[in-house]
Design a protein around this ligand. Structure first.
Ligand code: PRP
Length: 183
């Protein structure tokens, strides 16, 4: 694709790391049922691949917590646009995210979910961008530490596009400076 400046993490690297993370999670939770909470929309690809590889019993639910909209940087304002359908009281909850950037989204989410009294609450993120952190987040499972670049693919969008691309890439800067994304 012309928009790709550089593939940061290939499909093979992602899939290999997802298998490793799933093995760690399965070992830690053993036969306890894990409630995976996917943070839409970015976490969807990761949830699907991760859940397929986990050997512990799994249920999942979805939540949308938007802080960015179509902007490329966090506004710092977090709002729930879709809440969970099931109660998480007494459950072992694992939040599944595509990326932690400033940490503002998860900081809000952790407080919110803690108040619902889960038996445990952990975080699994595919990508971690520590350089941009504005609030400290206790992350339990991390796929890759990534540089402070604008990243797209495998759940991460550029104006809602390219979430379905199976690798993570850095786009050419002139694309995101233009008004209209390429077809
Ligand atoms: C992205 C990402 C995280 C959040 C991380 O979501 O999926 O939820 O930003 O950023 P932070 O650590 O700076 O808060 P976004 O709000 O862009 O929604 P999306 O997943 O639908 O793209």
């Amino acid at each position: 694709m012309d928009i790709v400046e550089h593939v940061l993490i290939s499909e093979e690297e992602i899939q290999a790391r997802v298998r490793e993370l799933a093995a760690l999670v399965s070992q830690d939770y053993a036969q306890r049922t894990i409630t995976l909470i996917c943070i839409l929309k970015g976490g969807l690809m990761f949830l699907c691949d991760l859940a397929k590889q986990i050997t512990s019993p799994v249920t999942y639910d979805f939540m949308s917590v938007s802080s960015y909209g179509d902007a490329t940087e966090s506004s710092g304002v977090v709002r729930i646009t879709k809440d969970l359908e099931e109660s998480i009281e007494g459950k072992h909850v694992l939040i599944v995210e595509d990326i932690i950037d400033t940490g503002l989204t998860l900081s809000y989410l952790l407080k919110n979910l803690h108040s619902r009294n889960p038996a445990s609450l952990k975080i699994c993120t595919l990508l971690n961008k520590p350089a941009n952190r504005r609030v400290e987040i206790p992350v339990d499972y991390v796929g890759f530490e990534v540089p402070n670049e604008f990243l797209v693919g495998y759940g991460l969008d550029f104006r809602q596009l390219y979430r379905n691309i199976p690798y993570v890439f850095i786009p050419k800067p002139h694309y995101y400076r233009e008004e209209t994304p390429p077809a």
